[in-house]
Design a binder for this molecule. Structure first.
Ligand SMILES: Cc1cc2nc3c(=O)[nH]c(=O)nc-3n(C[C@H](O)[C@H](O)[C@H](O)COP(=O)(O)OP(=O)(O)OC[C@H]3O[C@@H](n4cnc5c(N)ncnc54)[C@H](O)[C@@H]3O)c2cc1C
Length: 383
């Protein structure tokens, strides 16, 4: 039987986050965005609400929910603002999830309770200046020295890596050579403040202005051998599986932005007059809004399907890539159309759709570009 109605718990969560985004995020985010300030108060409130712990076990400080619950929260937040949504997405799906999936019990007990309440944020350091899509091009190295790892290298564009509450970054590093001559890549947790671990200046970005993004460098950074996450040499594969899940989350966030464009345009179409009529009376505007709703709706179905397969424990790589591709396109197209419907006001930073326009493009790039999604889909189809 097909039943894609949300269950009671999911619907209650969705409504709670919708109200939070409306009451707590919408009134303050425009000013924070203008100033490029990290939304510490909002993050602390989301921590108290349990949003950072949604998919994690209660015994490790989480809410005992699942990944779909996280996706619903991301969609509702991104309907209002994507900087806040990506801070949650990166904190949960990239910062804490590798520890939840691959950590030892000791690592989980050390890190997860803080990460689940947003008293601390974790970051995910895969991308380097020399390779984002080709993540196997990692040049950062980690060499065993007695009981320690000594890390040298750098990472680029790392979200949540330089806030006052950032506690760790899990990095991929080359730790040896495989029998076939390829790089053996492992994942290692580097606590913030470790000597030699330097956080570079905050990037000046086109969008996501309240999200925290830095270049990181590692010079003879020494961490205990016990900071290895999962098995040695499995870091690359572990990170790829984390990204498969992350794509469903980014798809949900993209749907939120796409739906937020519809919300704003419906309101504006009922308010704004041109040539003596509300602009909503013009079919050109009606059709644009209809197209926008179609994109948001179909992209939502795509991420629901990917999340459902993930939760059933079935392979979902192809569906995750499809959802990310469709939803990020929907976000980009809706942001462009919404800005057009708002006219000159849409080009102003103070208008929410101006923010949506600036925030949409990265969705076609981060956690795998659109071209990478097509590569994954084609590969999964056997070509
Ligand atoms: C704001 C922001 C936040 C980010 N946060 C994080 C983070 O927290 N952690 C992290 O590790 N990374 C993060 N990233 C990095 C992000 O994941 C990469 O930017 C992304 O994967 C693309 O890599 P790249 O920038 O090196 O582009 P490149 O890989 O250099 O790609 C350049 C172009 O070539 C295309 N291309 C590449 N290979 C192929 C191919 N085989 N076939 C066809 N086309 C191809 C790409 O699609 C793209 O259009 C972030 C990036 C940004 C901008």
């Amino acid at each position: 039987m097909i039943d894609n109605r949300l269950g009671e718990d999911y619907e209650a969560l969705r409504k709670t986050v919708e109200a939070f985004a409306h009451d707590e995020v919408a009134p303050v985010i425009g000013e924070l965005y203008e100033k490029g300030e990290f939304p510490y108060d909002i993050v602390a409130k989301m921590g108290r609400m349990g949003l950072f712990g949604l998919p994690f076990d209660e015994e490790h400080g989480g809410m005992g929910g699942d990944y779909f619950a996280l996706c619903l929260a991301l969609e509702e937040l991104a309907r209002v603002d994507s900087s806040v949504a990506i801070t949650l997405e990166a904190g949960v799906s990239l910062g804490a999830m590798p520890i939840h999936r691959f950590g030892t019990e000791a690592q989980k007990r050390e890190w997860l309770p803080k990460l689940c309440t947003a008293q601390a944020l974790g970051a995910f350091g895969l991308t380097e200046a020399g390779g984002g899509s080709d993540a196997s091009a990692t040049r950062t190295t980690a060499v065993r020295d007695g009981d320690d790892w000594v890390i040298n290298g750098s990472k680029a564009f790392i979200t949540n890596s330089g806030t006052d509450i950032t506690a760790l970054v899990t990095v991929t590093a080359v730790t040896g050579t495989k029998p076939d001559g390829g790089k053996s890549i492992s994942a290692i947790v580097v606590p913030a403040g470790t000597p030699g671990f330097a956080v570079g200046k905050k990037y000046s970005k086109v969008g996501w202005n309240c999200s925290d993004t830095h270049e990181l460098s590692f010079t003879d950074v020494r961490v205990p051998g016990g900071n290895l996450l999962g098995e040695p040499g499995r870091g690359y594969a572990q990170f790829l599986s984390i990204l498969d899940e992350g794509r469903v989350a980014i798809a949900a966030l993209s749907v939120g932005l796409a739906q937020g464009c519809v919300d704003e345009c419906l309101r504006y179409a009922h308010e704004r007059e041109a040539f003596g009529q509300l602009i909503g009376h013009y079919q050109a505007i009606q059709f644009k809004i209809a197209d926008m709703e179609v994109r948001a709706h179909t992209a939502r179905l795509a991420y629901y399907e990917a999340a459902a397969k993930m939760l059933r424990g079935e392979p979902f790589k192809r569906e995750a890539a499809i959802a990310k591709l469709v939803a990020s396109n929907a976000a980009m197209d809706n942001a462009r159309d919404a800005t057009q419907i708002f006219g000159g006001y849409g080009f102003m930073n103070e208008s929410p759709v101006g923010r949506f326009y600036r925030d949409a493009k990265i969705l076609e790039i981060g956690e795998g570009t659109s071209e990478v999604q097509k590569m994954l889909i084609a590969r999964d189809l056997g070509v």
